[in-house]
Structures are given as structure tokens and as C-alpha cells.
Ligand binder design. Sequence first.
Ligand SMILES: NC(=O)c1ccc[n+]([C@@H]2O[C@H](COP(=O)([O-])OP(=O)(O)OC[C@H]3O[C@@H](n4cnc5c(N)ncnc54)[C@H](OP(=O)(O)O)[C@@H]3O)[C@@H](O)[C@H]2O)c1
Length: 290
Amino acid sequence: MNNKKVWYVTGASKGLGLALVRLLLEQGYRVAATSRDLTALTQSVGAGRGAGTGAGDSFLPLETDLTSDSSIADSLKKTHDTFGRIDVIVNNAGYGIGGTLEELSAEEVAGNFDINVFATIRVIQKAMPYLRTQRSGHILNISSIAGFAGATGWAVYAAAKASVIALSEVLAQDVASLGIKVTAIAPGAFRTQFLSADSLAFAKNPIDDYTDVRASHQRYLAMDGKQIGDPEKAAAVFIRLAENPTPPTLLFLGSDAYNRAIAKCADLRDQIETWKPVSFSSQISEPQLS
Ligand SMILES: NC(=O)c1ccc[n+]([C@@H]2O[C@H](COP(=O)([O-])OP(=O)(O)OC[C@H]3O[C@@H](n4cnc5c(N)ncnc54)[C@H](OP(=O)(O)O)[C@@H]3O)[C@@H](O)[C@H]2O)c1
């Protein structure tokens, strides 16, 4: 009998999700994986398992629409019906969107939040009844370093990924007494399809005045294929996190993410201290400056 954890991973036909699914199957875990495209998912996972191997009983590919509550609920029910439990949920599906707030339409903004934030919330809402009944489980939400230290030209992506960190931090407190763990992961640059035309979106109506923003976008696009992060090593970290009895609530993944996070903390501390007298000046009682 297979006593290893049952995983449910969203957005698994490529990139970090695919690397994770392949490694999990290699290590004998049972895995349900979602994609918009079942053929792409089964082919890419199958390709990683060697020609003719087939996916076997431990792999459940699920064509799932992450914008639909019922599609998500159905995929989680199939996972539970197939494997008898669900131990680790990975909210991985997501994409970047470039453009200033002025350039992006309401539809472009909503579309990005729908996958990066609302799909994450939908999956958690539909998965919680299983995890609560078990009194165990681990939710890994894939954010980004952009959600903690955002970069020029990516305001909406930064806002969406900041939401993922914020909701994860509070969810971790809300479900701790139920034996459920939550970790937000904030990766730096990983060599996936993330920066390719297939995945990345840009404002359909750019405005010429934003020259710094266009330059920032070009710098990111030039990084495609040269990112320092290895998706297979990221996958190995995800598995180690899920096996750790005391995982962090927020993990920065990659030396680039670590360095940006540390620089942001230092800047934030300087700013807080510089403006401390103003912060304290709004109190009814005499400010306690130290
Ligand atoms: N790579 C990086 O540098 C980096 C850095 C920080 C954070 N991240 C985050 O890591 C996660 C995985 O990205 P990745 O690097 O693996 O990129 P990727 O290679 O482009 O893969 C993204 C996955 O997300 C799913 N996805 C993308 N757009 C979607 C949409 N509109 N609706 C539903 N699913 C969609 C896709 O699922 P299907 O096509 O299978 O449906 C795909 O498998 C994302 O949340 C991303 O924001 C990546």
C-alpha cells in the first residue's frame, strides 16, 4: 500500500508545475494535476517518464477550468475519489502581466487576478472541507518575489502576488489549530516558459510616454532562457517543504529572491525609522519616541 502523500497541483503542463509533477511521480507519490489542456499535460508528463512507460495508477490528469468553482470542485472530488485523501495542494497556475495601471484595461487586470489570486482562493475554498475532515494537509501557494519587492512595469502582477502572500499568512493562522499548514513561496527568476510569449501578457494599448517601463520589460524579456533558477531544484524544495513538520509561512526561493527581499527589508526599515516622528504624531496621547 502506498502511504506517501497525495498531491494536487494546478497549472502542470509546463514550467514549475510540470517539473514538480514529474519529480513527485519519480519519487512514488500519487499526484493529481490540473491543466487547461489535457493532451498537453499527459504528453508532457508522459515524456518525462520515458517513452511507453505510461502514467500509471499514481497519476491523475485533470482538465480543469480554474475560473470555475464547479470545475475545481469536480477536480478535487475526483482526486479524493481516486486516492482516498488529499495531503498537499499546490496553487501554482499563474502568469505575469506587464503594463502600467493606466495602460491596462479592467479586463486585463481582472483576468490576471482571476488566475493568480481568485483561482488560488477558489481551490482553497473547495479543498478545505477535505483537509479539515482529515485534520491535516499543507497548502503551498506560489507567489513571486514581485509580490514582496515589485519591479517597474509589473504593478498588477506585483499586486496579485502580494495578495497571495497576504492571504497565505492569515490563512496559516486561521487553519493552524486544524492541523493544516500553509506556505507562500516567492520565487525569483526560474527557467520556465514564464517569460515566453506563450505565458507572459502585456498591455494591449501601451502609451509611448512610459519609456522606463518599456525598458524594464525588455530587460525581463532578455532574461528568457537565462534565468538562474532551476525548476527541478525548485520542485525538490517543494517536496522537502511538504515533508517538513515545521515549514515556513513564507519562503523566498532563489538567491535573487533572497537578495531582493533583504534589500526591501532594509529599505522598509529605513523608511519606517525616518518617518517615525510623523507616524507617532497622530496619537491622541503624547508620542513615546525612543
Ligand atoms: N518562472 C519564474 O521566474 C517565476 C517567478 C516567480 C513566480 N512564478 C510563478 O510560478 C508559477 C508557475 O509559473 P512557471 O514559471 O512555471 O510559468 P509557465 O512555464 O508559464 O507555466 C505556468 C503554468 O500556469 C498555468 N497558467 C498560465 N496562465 C494560465 C491561465 N490563464 N489560466 C490557467 N492556467 C494558467 C499553465 O497551466 P496550463 O497551461 O497547464 O493550463 C502553466 O502550466 C506561476 O504562478 C508564476 O507566477 C514564476
